[in-house]
Write a protein that binds this ligand. Structure first.
Ligand SMILES: [Cu+2]
Length: 182
């Protein structure tokens, strides 16, 4: 009798474990994150000015569009820019990378590089970057990337920066991205 109760409890435990697994369907894995090495072109004063931009960065989800349209123009924040790359792997449901942030840059946008009439252009992804269910999306030079504008310091090879990625389903995920030469 006692043995059968123990067996029942054991079976119940198995069922619980089996049920628990499918609830983690928003699992997002970030593989091989890295950031392109870059030099901060701004002097200390400009870096301070850049810090003020940081406050706006919180509402940048909506503001990104207009800022990004002038990409490459004078509206680009001082301090130089760089980009972060990685592979986003969903082991569950479809998800969407909505935004990203880092202390290493005053403005962070999700971009796509496209060739229009032989001219390479970058376009901000206003609706974010979709990751298919059980699939993956690669961010790489010449394709999708996380644009870092207004660097707050040099990005020297061998260093690493902390990037926070905000997903629609998986929420905020922090990654350490080493700085590499492309
Ligand atoms: Cu870009």
């Amino acid at each position: 009798m006692r043995r059968s109760i123990a067996l029942l409890l054991w079976l119940f435990g198995l069922v619980l474990a089996a049920c628990a697994a499918p609830t983690t369907t928003t699992a997002m894995e970030i593989r091989d994150p890295w950031v392109r090495a870059a030099v901060n072109t701004a002097v200390a004063e400009d870096a301070m000015a850049g810090m003020e931009h940081g406050d706006n960065a919180t509402n940048s989800e909506s503001g990104e569009t207009t800022a990004g349209m002038n990409h490459g123009g004078e509206s680009m924040p001082a301090g130089g820019n760089s980009a972060a790359y990685m592979v986003l792997v969903s082991s569950g449901n479809a998800d969407r990378l909505l935004s990203a942030s880092t202390d290493a840059a005053t403005t962070v946008e999700i971009h796509e590089t496209q060739i229009d009439d032989g001219v390479m252009r970058m376009r901000p992804l206003v609706d974010g970057l979709a990751i298919p269910a059980g699939g993956q999306v690669e961010l790489k030079p010449g394709g999708y990337h996380i644009m870092l504008m207004g660097l707050t310091g040099d990005l020297d090879e061998g260093e690493q920066i902390t990037l926070t990625l905000n997903f629609e389903q998986a929420g905020a995920i922090e990654v350490q991205a080493p700085v590499r030469m492309p």
